[in-house]
Ligand binder design. Structure first.
Ligand SMILES: [Zn+2]
Ligand SMILES: [Zn+2]
Length: 316
C-alpha cells in the first residue's frame, strides 16, 4: 500500500502586504488549537522568535511550500516579508545563498522599535471595512518606521503592561485599533521628532520594499561611497593619512543631521567612548563586504547624494 504524504494545510490566505508571521497568527486563531507551538509546528519547525525583522528564515520557505503558489519564492518574499528592503544591501555572497538558513541583520535591535510589531489604527479600520479582518502590514515593520505612509498617522505598538516584551506576535495577536483589548489602555503611539531627513529615510525605505530600485546593490553603492570619499581601500593596517580621511568622513556623517534624528532612529550606545552610535561606521559601510543596517546606508546616501536616483552609475 502506498502512503500519501499529506501537505500541511494553512487555514488562511495572505492578504495584500501581509507579513508571513501575521498569516501564521491567523492560521493559529482559525485552527482552534490552543497553543501556538502545536498549531504552527506541523507547518514549520521554525516557529519560535516571532519577530518581524528576519531577512530569511526556514519559516518563510515552509509557508511558501505549503501554498505552492504560482509565484516564485523571491516574489513571495517580496510581497510578504521585508526581503526587498534588505536585498540591496546584501553582499553578493549572501544574495547567492539559497535562502533557507536564518539570516538577520546584526544590531537590528539598535534601531528603535525595529523588533516591535507595529500597526496603523486607520489601516485597521480600513481592513475591517473591506475584508472584515485585521493583519500586520510589512510596510509598518520597516526598521525605524513610526508612521503609516498611506494615512500619515503614527503607528502603534502593543500595550507593554499586558505584553511584556511587545515583540512576540503569538502573544500579542492581531492588530486592534488604538487601545489594548485586554486592559483598554491606549497603545503607545510612535509620534515624535520628525524632519525632512527622517521623512525621506522612511519614505525611501517603503520604496525599497516595493523594489523600486532594482539596480541598487552593495557593490555599486560602495563604489559610489569610495569615489566620493576619495579612498579606494581601507583596512585596519591602512596609513595614518588614510585613517584621517576616514575619520573626517565619519565626523561628517555623525554631525550631518539634526541631533534629534540620530536619537529618534538609533538607540544610544553608552559605552563606545565619544561615538554615540556605533552602527554608523563609515569604514564598515563603505569598505566591508558585510551586511549592515539599511538605515545606516540610507543616512550615508542622504548625506552624500540626497536621493537614491543621484547615486552615480546606478540608473544607467
Ligand atoms: Zn495606515
Ligand atoms: Zn494592555
Amino acid at each position: 500500500m502506498s502512503s500519501v504524504v499529506r501537505k500541511p494545510q494553512i487555514n488562511a490566505y495572505p492578504f495584500e502586504g501581509e507579513h508571513v508571521i501575521s498569516l501564521m497568527v491567523r492560521h493559529h486563531q482559525y485552527s482552534g488549537i490552543r497553543r501556538w507551538d502545536n498549531a504552527t509546528n506541523p507547518i514549520s519547525s521554525d516557529y519560535k522568535t516571532v519577530v518581524p525583522h528576519y531577512v530569511l528564515r526556514p519559516l518563510y520557505r515552509d509557508v511558501y511550500d505549503a501554498f505552492s503558489p504560482s509565484i516564485d519564492y523571491e516574489t513571495f518574499l517580496g510581497r510578504h516579508t521585508l526581503y526587498q528592503y534588505y536585498a540591496p544591501f546584501l553582499p553578493a555572497t549572501l544574495l547567492k545563498q539559497s535562502g533557507d538558513k536564518p539570516l538577520f541583520v546584526n544590531n537590528i535591535n539598535r534601531v528603535k522599535y525595529a523588533a516591535h510589531w507595529r500597526h496603523c489604527s486607520e489601516c485597521v479600520k480600513e481592513d475591517m471595512d473591506t475584508i472584515g479582518e485585521t493583519y500586520y502590514h510589512i510596510e509598518h515593520q520597516l526598521a525605524g518606521m513610526s508612521y503609516c505612509v498611506k494615512h500619515q498617522t503614527p503607528l502603534f505598538i502593543a500595550c507593554d503592561r499586558c505584553h511584556d516584551s511587545g515583540r512576540y506576535l503569538n502573544s500579542i495577536g492581531l492588530p486592534h485599533g488604538s487601545n489594548c483589548p485586554k486592559c483598554d489602555m491606549g497603545y503607545d503611539n510612535l509620534d515624535g521628532y520628525m524632519d525632512d531627513d527622517i521623512d525621506w529615510v522612511l519614505r525611501t525605505s517603503a520604496r525599497l520594499l516595493k523594489h523600486e530600485f532594482p539596480n541598487l546593490n552593495l557593490q555599486r553603492l560602495q563604489r559610489a561611497y569610495r569615489d566620493y570619499i576619495g579612498l579606494d581601500t581601507f583596512t585596519n593596517v591602512s596609513s595614518r593619512k588614510d585613517t584621517l580621511i576616514i575619520a573626517e568622513a565619519q565626523r561628517a556623517l555623525d554631525n550631518y543631521f539634526a541631533p534629534e534624528l540620530y536619537e529618534r532612529l538609533l538607540i544610544l550606545d553608552g559605552y563606545q567612548g565619544n561615538r554615540k552610535f556605533r552602527e554608523l561606521f563609515v569604514s564598515y559601510l563603505a569598505y566591508k563586504d558585510k551586511f549592515t543596517l539599511p538605515i545606516c546606508h540610507l543616512l550615508m546616501i542622504r548625506m552624500l547624494f540626497g536621493e537614491i536616483e543621484n547615486i552615480p552609475n546606478l540608473m544607467s
